[in-house]
Design a protein around this ligand. Sequence first.
Ligand SMILES: [Fe+2]
Length: 204
Amino acid sequence: MGHWSNGKRGAALGIVFLGVALAILLLPRVGAAPQAPEVANAPAQLSRQATIAGLEEPGERLTISGTVFAPDGTTPVAGITVYAYQTDATGHYTKTGAMRPPRLQGWARTDTEGRFEFRTIRPGAYPGRSIPAHVHFILWGAGYPRQWVDELRFEGDPLVTREMLAEAGAAGRFAAVVPLERGAERAFHCAVNFRVQKVSNFKD
Ligand SMILES: [Fe+2]
């Protein structure tokens, strides 16, 4: 016994202590779901206005203005991150034909009046399919969990069915099929309202 042995015991205790400390630090992370890419990749600084597709992107210019409301449907919610992604004018999410990660995407954050705005182009419908051209939105923040809302579609699109229009009519100002208005310089504009929910509709 003596010095040598005490030193060994000390080293062993040190290792055990380190192990326990590491376990405490790391355990809560084990099994935690990885962050969704749109959350992980969201820019730190966001404002009401964002660009999904710049002027260099081929297609018809489109501005999407929106407002996010609380579950009551009347109170605007500030500080919601609004993530949007869409196909390009040819109906593709990527240059390779893969679905992800979408090339045309953007993030905005609602202002004090719950408003956001995206500058983009009109999406193209998936080639060879009967799904209307659309823009996807995912919302989170301000105390609300990450959630998707019905994709935005456009009146006048021949792929929008009578059922979709009837559903939109019943949804009133929360319709997911909206009219496209043509403004100055032939640019399109549309407005959409979202109602955020307290419970996520994502399975992951
Ligand atoms: Fe899609």
